[in-house]
Design a protein around this ligand. Structure first.
Ligand code: 6CS
Length: 255
């Protein structure tokens, strides 16, 4: 860990951030600019702390916490949803996003899959999931057998797995699926899954950088009260009201 992340980042002019390139949570522009709801909020709060910019590194979800611990980046801002095991390993800021999970299913949803219980009730049904992702944890907590889980690298690979018939449904955040699946496609996105936990995320730092996290939270609280915070949420299709009054402590109870 850096002796003093705030001083180092101010001097070098940026924070190194792990992202996923999964719109609308995270997105890399063709010119390399890192954007999406969480990076845009991270950049704004970092600037309030006197850090000019952020520098993004695209990495799989399962590598984000190991890479943070190995000092390959300073922060994760990827919609890395809070839960007990992750909160034991990193220090999260207060949440900036509260969102939902859905299934991508064949149009018309012939299998009538709308809940995790539906998946559990049909041992033949194969569900696409990203390894190490929050969705894999939802399936494991519900004791969905490993044989029913098909691992896919990222959102795009999940849609390809559906198209190739390697899985029957694909579990991912609602808004990520909506960004991947065009209207009138052969697939559609279900309503938010009622028996999946609330998905909340904020920036994740090394626990040794707790003094940075404290300073970050002070500026984040002030930023949340601005029109700019609302504008960023709405630009990316998130509901700014969903995170109001929700704390990291609450979201860290998720299994
Ligand atoms: O927290 C996670 O692991 C999940 N978050 C997002 C925004 N997409 C997929 C990933 O598995």
């Amino acid at each position: 860990a850096s002796a003093n992340l705030l001083e180092t980042a101010r001097q070098q002019g940026y924070l190194r951030v792990a992202i996923a390139n999964e719109p609308p949570y995270t997105q890399v522009e063709t010119d390399g600019t890192v954007t999406g709801c969480e990076p845009d909020i991270l950049r704004a709060v970092a600037q309030r702390l006197g850090i000019d910019d952020i520098q993004g590194i695209v990495t799989p979800y399962e590598s984000m916490i190991p890479g943070l611990q190995a000092n390959r980046w300073d922060v994760i801002a990827a919609g890395l949803f809070m839960k007990q095991s992750r909160c034991a390993e990193v220090s999260y800021s207060e949440p900036v996003i509260v969102s939902t999970e859905s299934f991508a299913v064949p149009s018309g949803n012939p299998g009538k899959i709308t809940t995790i219980a539906d998946v559990l009730a049909n041992p033949e049904l194969k569900v696409g999931v990203i390894p190490g992702g929050f969705e894999e944890g939802i399936l494991n907590s519900a004791a969905v057998p490993a044989e029913q889980q098909v691992q896919v690298d990222d959102g795009r690979s999940g849609v390809e797995a559906l198209q190739a018939g390697r899985c029957d449904v694909f579990l991912l955040p609602t808004l990520s699926l909506e960004a991947l699946i065009e209207d009138g496609d052969e697939f559609e996105v279900t309503d938010p899954i009622p028996d999946a936990p609330a998905t909340g995320s904020g920036a994740a730092f090394r626990q040794s950088d707790q003094s940075f996290v404290d300073a970050y939270n002070t500026e984040l609280t002030a930023f949340k009260a601005t029109d700019e915070f609302t504008r960023i949420q709405e630009q990316w299709g998130f509901d700014p009201a969903a995170v109001e009054g929700v704390t990291a402590e609450q979201l860290c109870q998720n299994e």
